[in-house]
Design a protein around this ligand. Structure first.
Ligand code: ZN
Ligand code: ZN
Length: 253
């Protein structure tokens, strides 16, 4: 399992932990402060992310998912100190809208699985967060401040994380290149637009998405916002209107 995770260094205290052997190409981010480390998303849960994190920090770790989907909370079981948004607490306590069989199908879909992995043992994480988050709260990890930006649309409690001092925006599944998903019943296309309106106002220097290429520039925030505005003008910003392509990204409504 040594080649499951790929680690990239952004700066002296910020790392990207990627899982390229699954088609989703997921990225988690580790931010080291002087008192705590913050792990943004904990991955697919196919291999043990704790072993990777341990190599990159000696501080106690707080885990925080951008949202409660299987591919963002896979490693939560290793981090008892985790925070979650109030709008998705029910998904951590038995009310997630998919069955474990549906989730297991997604785990193995187009994945170069490691030897010895048995999807029958894969579980969807359930638990009670140590802190419930609301919009605009700031997490202080010691010399670094990370602001919660509640960005519903892809999911009701989706959060982007904004580190103003560095101009870093961690966008989760709200913004990445490739197809954005806003068609399941728990998504909200109108809220998606409002969230893009919010994040496109920030003076972002670097965008860090949860999936696919890391070659993504802040200008995409404005382009996506404008495309969503146009979808609304054209009467297409609702469930069931289909898939729309915009060159280096797309959205499925
Ligand atoms: Zn998601
Ligand atoms: Zn995702």
């Amino acid at each position: 399992m040594d080649d499951w995770f790929t680690i990239d260094e952004v700066d002296k205290g910020t790392y990207i932990i990627s899982e390229y052997r699954h088609w989703e190409e997921s990225h988690c981010y580790l931010l080291n402060g002087s008192e705590y480390s913050l792990l943004i998303d904990t991955g697919l849960g196919i291999c043990n992310i704790y072993d990777q994190v341990e190599k990159l920090t000696d501080k106690p770790v707080i885990a925080i998912a951008t949202h409660i989907h299987w591919d963002h909370i896979g490693g939560h079981k290793f981090f008892p100190n985790f925070y979650a948004h109030k709008n998705e607490l029910n998904w951590l306590s038995g009310e997630f809208p998919l069955t474990i069989e549906q989730i297991r199908d997604m785990v193995v879909d187009r994945c170069d699985l490691p030897a010895g992995f048995d999807v029958k043992n894969y579980e969807f994480f359930q638990g009670k967060p140590t802190k419930v988050l609301q919009n605009n709260e700031i997490i202080n990890i010691g010399g670094r401040f990370v602001q919660i930006v509640h960005t519903p649309g892809h999911s009701p409690g989706h959060m982007c994380f904004w580190e103003k001092e560095n101009g870093y925006l961690f966008t989760g599944d709200l913004v990445y290149k490739d197809t954005l998903f806003a068609y399941f019943p728990s998504t909200d296309p109108e809220a998606y637009l409002s969230s893009l309106e919010q994040v496109s106002m920030l003076p972002v220097k670097r965008v860090f998405p949860a999936h696919h290429t890391l070659n993504i520039q802040p200008e995409i925030l404005v382009r996506m916002r404008d495309a969503f505005r146009q979808l609304k003008v054209n009467g297409n910003l609702h469930h069931g209107s289909g898939a729309f392509e915009f060159g280096d990204w797309a959205v499925w409504l």
